[in-house]
Design a protein around this ligand. Structure first.
Ligand code: HEC
Length: 155
């Protein structure tokens, strides 16, 4: 990915306090945050298939991999991708964020923290490997996704 590589190059060339984030344009911030959410969603889908639908054979290793991915993304500092100018469509990037999200930072931090906690709990359940515990932890993660979408994502 172009942005990540540019960030890595800057870091090594200037070896100072420059962060990759400072170089991410509003358009790329929107693209990256949507990619982060989509990637979590893909992993949620894998868990759903095995513990809710049971259309795929339960595989504890795959559940742990998916839980770890969701947890890592939830802790990756996605708040940095909601910078100025990203409350509306930019260039090719269409956003569904509600502008209110930018005026309610404490609430957004709380909702993000709820996701992180639920995702940690999902990882613990996946480490244990018990399918019914993974199922219940999965439901709790889903509730935290929905809580934020209900408030801050347009239909
Ligand atoms: C703190 C708020 C918040 C939490 C928590 C959250 N989301 Fe979202 N989500 C958003 C916002 C805001 C958007 C709209 C982003 C945009 O269009 O710029 C979004 C968009 C999405 C999208 C659409 C991405 C696209 O390509 O348009 C998916 C899928 C998604 N979220 C899944 C999830 C899943 C799965 C979880 C939980 C594991 C989750 N989200 C947790 C706020 C949140």
């Amino acid at each position: 990915m172009k942005i990540a590589i540019a960030g890595a190059l800057c870091a090594s060339l200037f070896a100072a306090s420059m962060t990759a984030q400072a170089e991410v344009s509003p358009e790329d911030q929107i693209q990256l945050r949507k990619a982060g959410y989509s990637f979590m969603s893909w992993n949620m889908g894998k868990i759903k298939e095995q513990v809710i639908d049971e259309s795929v054979t339960y595989n504890p290793d795959q559940m742990l991999a998916a839980a770890n991915a969701i947890s890592a993304i939830s802790k990756s500092g996605m708040g940095a991708l909601f910078g100025p100018g990203t409350e509306q469509n930019v260039g090719d990037q269409v956003t569904r964020v509600k502008p209110e999200m930018f005026d309610n930072t404490p609430d957004v931090i709380k909702l993000s923290g709820d996701l992180t906690k639920a995702a940690d709990n999902l990882v613990s359940a996946a480490v244990e490997g018990d399918q019914s515990k993974v199922r219940s932890a999965f439901g709790q993660v889903g509730d935290t996704c929905k809580a934020c979408h209900d408030k801050y994502r347009q239909k």
